[in-house]
Design a protein around this ligand. Structure first.
Ligand SMILES: [Zn+2]
Ligand SMILES: [Zn+2]
Length: 384
């Protein structure tokens, strides 16, 4: 926890009104809410601080004692609180973030009557492995996920057909019990969840047999996913409402599908570009001509220039992988490799000997320019 005091955390004056505190909290809580800052530890820490500050400053009793003893003494006391052996009782800092946030938005805030709202369903994660082609060209995939779904027998009410839940006699339906504690700062009243109904406010006397009163059942659901062409490892497809079912009246969670793409034995891929090696015989390299390569679109004819060196890279624009949801395509880099044949008979040996003689006395077999191209080509291809 930072050494800032609660007023500084919320960005208000120490004499701020309740409504100023409330609106400052709302602004900050929305900004740092975990749903908006997935995986951001800093934001999560901030969010906890903001909530902690709001817990205290929004409660008149807590705020008064906080003002009296100061930040350090107060937070120290609070951390002892849960052991209930000494220190200051009544401040439970171990709260559920989602709970606070939902109570905040269902209007149950400002202390006092905070009735637990129905809980939204959990988000689910799924890792999906695709072949190289499936990712490059797109496809549809069926996946099967295990999740909690609404009980079909009771439609999620958790009660047997024709029966209703009765109001809890302990909390009279509020789901909360008032607890009074005596502390060094005087008598403090706080609310705690009713133990008889677990905060529901109602008791289920005739639970549905299918879901045992839960309203939810474990299910396996088939989900068909449209995989867009060009998707790559690490990208996430999110499907709203395909997570676990929420409590009656609350939304379902979301499903997040993280993509993993298998390697191809033909193409190397980096982002939207693909890379291949292409072997040509030495006479094609010397004389130049046409050669057929394999691209993502199938066979494709490229021109080999006269005197092409091994390691020359040809870049084919627009022959790479599509960008997701776009017509843009990356490049296909073709790394030319010149194959040196071995000699199988005497006439082949004579031919090479003749070739050698035609170059006799000519030290510069290759022009300087071509030498340079050769180096560049290598560098470019092996730079990733
Ligand atoms: Zn049921
Ligand atoms: Zn109750």
């Amino acid at each position: 926890m930072s050494n800032k005091n609660y007023y500084e955390i919320l960005g208000v004056n120490s004499n701020a009104s309740d409504s100023e505190i409330k609106s400052a909290f709302k602004k900050q809580a929305i900004k740092y809410h975990p749903d908006r800052n997935k995986g951001n530890a800093e934001a999560e820490k901030k969010f906890k601080e903001i909530n902690e500050a709001y817990q205290v400053l929004s409660d008149a009793n807590k705020r008064a004692s906080y003002d009296r003893v100061g930040h350090d003494a107060y937070t120290k006391g609070a951390s002892y609180g849960s052991s209930s052996s000494g220190g200051f009782e009544g401040f439970d800092m171990d709260f559920d973030l989602g709970d606070i946030f939902s109570s905040f938005f269902t209007g149950g805030f400002g202390g006092g009557k905070t009735k637990r709202g129905p809980k939204p369903g959990e988000d689910l994660e799924y890792r999906l492995t695709l072949t190289f082609d499936e990712a490059v060209f797109g496809c549809t995939k069926d996946i099967f996920i295990k999740r909690k779904d609404r009980c079909g027998v009771c439609s999620g009410t958790g009660s047997k057909a024709g029966t209703d839940k009765t109001t809890c006699d302990k909390c009279h339906g509020s789901g909360q019990i008032k607890v009074q504690r005596n502390t060094p700062f005087g008598s403090m009243v706080s609310m705690t969840t009713c133990s008889k109904c677990s905060g529901a406010g109602k008791i289920n006397l005739n639970p549905c047999v299918n879901c045992r009163g839960n309203g939810k059942v474990n299910a396996e659901k088939k989900i068909t996913i449209d995989i867009p062409r060009g998707i790559d490892t690490g990208q996430v497809i999110s499907m709203r409402g395909e997570g676990e079912v929420g409590d009656l009246g609350a939304p379902s969670g979301d499903l997040y599908i993280t993509i993993n793409v298998m390697n191809s034995n033909k193409f190397k891929r980096k982002g939207n570009d693909v890379f291949t090696d292409h072997h040509i015989p030495i006479w094609l390299a010397i004389l130049g001509g046409e050669s057929v390569i394999e691209t993502l679109d199938g066979e494709y004819k490229i021109n080999i220039k006269e005197g092409t060196q091994s390691g020359t890279v040809q870049v084919l624009k627009g022959k790479g992988v599509h960008k997701v949801n776009s017509n843009f395509r990356g490049e296909h880099h073709v790394n030319i490799i010149v194959d040196i044949p071995s000699i199988h008979n005497e006439s082949q040996r004579q031919a090479v000997e003749m070739l050698k003689e035609t170059y006799a006395g000519n030290k510069e077999y290759f022009s300087e320019k071509k030498q340079e191209n050769k180096k560049k080509g290598f560098k470019k291809f092996f730079s990733f």
